[in-house]
Design a protein around this ligand. Structure first.
Ligand code: NAD
Ligand code: GDD
Length: 322
């Protein structure tokens, strides 16, 4: 039986990845600081601990794992990474985890590892035009991410690639573009726009207004979590080390995102634009490289993913209210 280790298994994408690996018949160990808040784990073994601690890291990365997925990070949406208040923690916590994992995975001769980078590492200067952002993989340099979160991701993807070159680690790097879906953070300050908008729409009655940060004309693309997991598994098992975008090419303004969610909810929603952390003006995935290297790219519509996500968040809102 094949075995996999998922670091960050108590989080959103890690939780979905564990489920998928179990469906494939893997024996799975999950590791996190905490249990998953929104779902029972499907992992065979779930270890609570801090991956910043080298000894703990050594104790969970056993020699025999066929695949190790490194998703543990100090992360959140615009309300967490763009305020500047968490910069030192984000850089220290995530970099320490990655330094530990890369080194121990190499010393334990792990056959295949995966690291989740982010589109936040792309230079801000290529994301000023909301209609024409450039997020092609080769546009990463000269580096100029707009957040410390992005700088840490850039450092860590380089770290894993250096271990590949110098020590023969077999790591794969993906740059995720805003992943969304059920069982993700939807409240509390770390939630991203799709979950925040679903929550706000679910909480009001038709005809009411919800608050939107900025003028709503900033653009993004959002990828449904099932396709993120599929891309992650395809990349990890491929011969291509990356970095490669895993994201949707269906770019929308935040105002359009609100309109789609309102339509799914069957509510008329007014928009109250307020100042807030907005990040880059435009961002979209560019999928030529993943298509070329893996012969695959995400294809689901944003609306299809939002229908499932809204249903889940609406249920959370009702449950919490009760
Ligand atoms: P998440 O916050 O839901 O999951 C990350 C998990 O890491 C959390 O459960 C957290 O408790 C755990 N963790 C943090 N510090 C830890 C530590 N010291 N020891 C053990 N566990 C620790 O985030 P996610 O959305 O599932 O993202 C997974 C990965 O993908 C992260 O590396 C993130 O930066 C990256 N990513 C996500 C997105 C997105 O839109 N969700 C976009 C780009 C990149
Ligand atoms: N979170 C949130 N909440 N964002 C809102 C809101 C709101 O209520 N209203 C408007 N927005 C706007 C933000 O200001 C931002 O311009 C846009 O929606 C997208 O915000 P997020 O989804 O929070 O983050 P992001 O796309 O800027 O960055 C995310 O994606 C990266 C990968 O592409 C983050 O999750 C990063 O951690 C991730 O790496």
């Amino acid at each position: 039986m094949k075995s996999a280790l998922v670091l960050g298994a108590g989080g959103f994408i890690g939780g979905h990845l564990v489920k998928h690996l179990k469906k494939e018949g893997f024996w799975v160990r999950g590791v996190d600081l905490k249990f998953h808040e929104h779902a029972e784990t499907h992992a065979d073994d779930f270890v609570i601990g801090d991956l910043r601690e080298q000894d703990f890291c050594r104790s969970v990365i056993d020699r025999g794992f066929d695949e190790v997925y490194q998703l543990a990070a100090d992360m959140g949406g615009a309300g967490y990474i763009f305020t500047g208040e968490h910069d030192a923690d984000i850089m220290h916590n995530s970099a320490t985890i990655n330094l530990n994992v890369a080194d121990i995975a190499h010393k334990r001769n792990i056959k295949r590892t995966f690291y989740s980078s982010s589109a936040c590492m792309y230079p801000a200067y290529n994301q000023e035009d909301p209609d024409n952002p450039n997020c092609r993989e080769e546009s990463a340099y000269p580096a100029a991410p707009d957040s410390e979160y992005g700088w840490e991701k850039l450092f860590s993807e380089r770290l894993f690639l250096a271990y590949n070159r110098n020590y023969g680690l077999n790591n794969r790097v993906a740059r995720y573009h805003n992943i969304f879906g059920p069982e993700g953070t939807w409240d509390g300050g770390k939630e991203k726009a799709p979950a925040a908008i679903c929550r706000k729409v679910a909480k009001v009655t038709s005809g009411d207004a919800i608050e939107i940060w900025g003028d709503g004309l900033q653009t993004r693309s959002f990828l449904y979590v099932d396709e993120c997991v599929e891309g992650t598994l395809r990349l990890t098992r491929s011969d291509f080390e990356g970095p490669v975008n895993i994201g949707s090419e269906e770019m929308v303004t935040i105002n359009q995102l609100v309109d789609i969610v309102a339509d799914i909810a069957g509510k008329k929603i007014e928009k109250n634009h307020i100042p807030g952390p907005t990040g880059v003006r435009g961002r979209n995935s560019e999928n030529s490289l993943i298509q070329e290297k893996l012969g695959w790219a995400p294809s689901q519509t944003l609306r299809a993913g939002l229908e499932k996500t809204y249903e889940w968040i609406e249920w959370q809102v009702r449950r919490n209210a009760a």
